[in-house]
Design a protein around this ligand. Sequence first.
Ligand code: CA
Length: 461
Amino acid sequence: MTPPRLLALVLLALVGAAADAAPERPNIVLIVADDLGYADVGFQGAEDIATPHLDALAAGGVRCTDGYSSHPFCSPMRAGFLTGRYQQRFGYVSNVPYAPQNDFIGLAKRETTVAQRLQGRGYVTAAIGKWHLGASHSYHPLRRGFDHHYGFLGGGHDYFEVDLSKPVHEGYKDALQRDGQPEGLDGYLTDRLSDAAVEFIDARAGGERPFFLYLAYNAPHTPLQAPDEWLAKCAHIDDPKRRTYAAMVAAMDAGIGRVLGQLEESGVRERTLVAFLSDNGGPEKSNASDNGPLRGQKGDVFEGGVRVPLVVSMPAVLKAGETYREPVNSIDISCTALALAGVPIEGRPEFDGVNLIPFFKGERAGPPHRELFWRKGDGEGWAVRSGKWKLLQMKGFDPALFDLSGDVGEAENIAKAHPDVVSELLAAYSAWDADNMEMQFPSYREYHEELGEVYREMIGR
Ligand code: CA
């Protein structure tokens, strides 16, 4: 046997031995839906919306029954998600106003994003879709750790139209951006986001460097708009609002199917972490979403505002068809990705999330967190969950206690029967909140109503 041939065999054996272990610097694909209801995908029990690709993703990985967003609405959740921290740590507790000319409002520049950390580990990074973390020059995704960007910088976008006649449109029709250059929109936005994701993965084929794709669909956030082709496939739904919503979800599912297909085609599916979740609970009234048995909707600290569909899949590491029932948080997903890329997480105060892999594999017992916390604004609503207990307070009311093990709909306030639990959770919440910053910028509404004049002056209109 010639030495090169022997070497090749030894290398093959080494590759074989390594196949069972966690791959070094795996690829990472984090997919976020916008305002998707808890019960609106097949793997969560939806019967009127077909989501075959997401269902296959869930069947091939770990479905979290008690998966949570770190915030009941869009922008703060994304700030937490892209830092691995509770966004309250840096005062990000309201929706960032869409203010391309204001260079002081966005994800705090002193925070290090997950993308920056992954760049530091040699990753090629891309943000595709909705940003909503500051729309001005220095908050741009290309300056926050992403090598590539395609999408829009605000909190939502029209699915069919772009108005290129104005440099800054106040509505949802601003030009799309591709790596800093304005662009029109041909066809359906959800399809174009899927295209960009597929192209990014395809372009990495055979590359030496691992990749990180943050794919943030705005579907099924309003405006409710869907192509005729998908509306026709949802013709069995009588309510036109729900029909359009379902068509938007189904179109997103098809796009995710294409992304997963490209990972297979590129030969990297086994060693790619793919996670899917919604950024918050469904706003049932505005987009006809359905949070199933959960009380409340987007904006609430009730379960309907924060509990979301959540799936994690990585065939080389995680068994298929698992269901995980301990509470987990969206910030855990980013910390899990970082841990897989070799960034130390445990015991570091700059992270609030944990690496979920050992918990999913049964190597670590018990819940990943003693408590999970939520707070919006400067305390207009907050909640803490510990085990089966959830304590929740809306401004102006006494704290309410629920036992989620028998009352997932949070119907019966049992605070009076368990004063010890109430005081324990109250103390835990106060201790957590003591490390938080107060709100750092005005909400979208305050900004545009109270500062609207200043804003219009700034943009010269
Ligand atoms: Ca949202």
